[in-house]
Design a protein around this ligand. Structure first.
Ligand code: NAD
Length: 441
């Protein structure tokens, strides 16, 4: 290979589509592949099949430039690429904590016979330690084209900031066994490295662990402050003030220290569970037993939110109109995987409440999974006749909403702020009863 390596991206979901578009934006020729033909048709026609700010514009620009193409043919991918990024899903196995690697194995198996001499296969999916070693051994044993190598390059992008995080990541992690793999990976990231971006070169095990360790740390920080919220409720303390005071301590910092309904999504919950499962297999389950509590605290926030709403209604949801603001697991995303908001909505319906929900972008996804919920086109529409309003995803549209927009349409002026993101005084000044997790009322 001379000049810039040609890149392929296998699996064009949230991670892969963003990676393909951004690598084309950085000047590489990129070919994206997915087994979902509808997704490939959408991307090829310039439509991003999920919500990610800034991505549609870059997709169109790079399709127009001719640098970015999409296909469903693995033979085309093998013939085209010098570096192949594996970005397929690694969800939680049904009924188990462990990661389901069947999609990764299927993609790898399909790619192997198509690889050209000297190609590099780069795993980006989040996987349990040991996966890269297994795939590298497989690659060596199966007699593919000469000089084919594997590397592991975990991804840290945040949905909602995925373009920025891909173009300007905090760091790159290269898990490699051979110098040739590192050199090719450096060529594939040359513009990012030149930014400059720190590169950590390490063995496979460490590279795989960096990703799950990062998510375990972030989940722990969130659950720590949510545990403090539980204590605040018992002591009539105010967790918002508590976290503010903690945040001025430079050893602690304020990020990921916001008490509320906790984390969800397609990464943190399943990653900490897969991490625990793998630690168990390795005989070091004690080292990660704290993550069980981190997970339990997080799940308790959802239950507590339902209880707080029920308490605020006087003890029962039966016949109550409940407005839910938010369906996505976090703002600036339409991702509803393990969404706390939707779990709360479902629990309230199961207890006899009538739920009307509004989310700025995630309602189509939510409707597919929860057709039983009533969806409305705006916050005001959702709040008509409400006995209580629950703020469950902190979209800026909700954070900046003036209570006077909802006051004329609700039946009762009650709001529970599941994200501790609204101004309690403002709502109280408008005559609302404001409740929040971990705060006095
Ligand atoms: P996703 O479900 O949005 O996308 C996965 C894609 O892989 C889908 O489009 C699916 O059709 C495709 N796929 C499945 N089997 C395939 C096969 N055999 N060949 C080709 N394509 C196949 O998932 P995602 O959120 O993009 O996550 C992908 C991986 O990246 C996961 O391991 C996840 O943990 C990790 N990750 C995700 C994020 C994030 O913010 N979403 C961030 C960092 C890491």
């Amino acid at each position: 290979m001379t000049g810039r390596p040609r890149l392929t991206v296998i699996g064009t979901g949230y991670l892969g589509a963003t990676h393909a578009v951004c690598m084309a934006e950085l000047g590489f020729e990129v070919l994206g592949l997915d087994v979902d033909a509808a997704k490939i048709a959408a991307l090829a026609s310039g439509r991003v099949p999920f919500y990610e700010p800034g991505l549609p514009e870059l997709l169109q620009k790079n399709l127009d430039s001719g640098r970015l193409r999409f296909t469903t043919s693995m033979a085309e991918v093998g013939a085209f690429g010098d570096v192949h990024f594996l970005c397929v899903g690694t969800p939680q196995k049904i009924g188990e904590y462990a990661a389901d690697l069947t999609y990764l194995d299927a993609a790898f198996d399909a790619l192997l016979p198509e690889l050209r001499e000297g190609a590099l296969v780069v795993g980006k999916s989040t996987v349990p330690a040991g996966t890269a070693e297994r795939l590298a051994d497989d690659l060596a044993q199966r007699g593919t084209a000469r000089g084919v190598e594997l590397a592991w390059n975990p991804e840290f992008l945040r949905e909602g900031f995925a373009v920025e995080d891909t173009l300007r990541p905090d760091r790159l992690v290269f898990g490699v066994r051979a110098g040739a793999a590192e050199a090719l990976l450096r060529a594939a990231y040359a513009p990012v490295i030149a930014a400059p971006t720190p590169v950590v070169v390490c063995d496979f095990a460490t590279a795989q662990l960096v990703k799950v360790a990062a998510n375990a740390f972030l989940a722990t920080k969130i659950s720590f402050i949510n545990a403090m919220a539980e204590v605040c409720e018992a002591t009539h303390g105010d967790v918002k003030k508590l976290s503010e005071a903690l945040s001025y301590d430079s050893r602690i910092g304020g990020r990921f220290l916001h008490a509320g309904l906790g984390f969800g999504g397609g990464c943190l919950p399943k990653d900490i569970r897969a991490f625990m499962a793998r630690a168990g297999e390795l005989g070091v389950d004690q080292a990660l037993s704290f993550l069980k509590e981190v997970d339990a605290i997080n799940q308790r926030r959802r239950t507590r939110m339902v209880e707080l709403a029920r308490e605020s209604l006087g003890g029962s949801f039966t016949g109550a109109n409940v407005t839910i603001l938010g369906a996505a697991f976090k703002p600036n995303s339409d991702d509803i995987r393990d969404s706390p908001a939707l779990e709360v909505a479902a629990a309230i319906m199961a207890q006899g409440g009538d739920v009307a929900l509004y989310d700025p972008v995630a309602m189509d996804n939510a409707r597919r999974v929860h057709p039983e919920i009533c969806y409305r086109d705006s916050a005001v529409d959702a709040a008509r006749g409400a006995d209580i309003v629950l703020h469950l995803t902190e979209w800026s549209e909700f954070r900046t909403m003036n209570p006077s927009a909802l006051t004329p349409v609700v039946a009762h002026k009650r709001i529970v702020d599941g994200r501790n993101a609204l101004d309690p005084q403002l709502w109280r000044d408008h005559g609302w009863t404001y409740r929040a997790l971990g705060r006095p009322h």
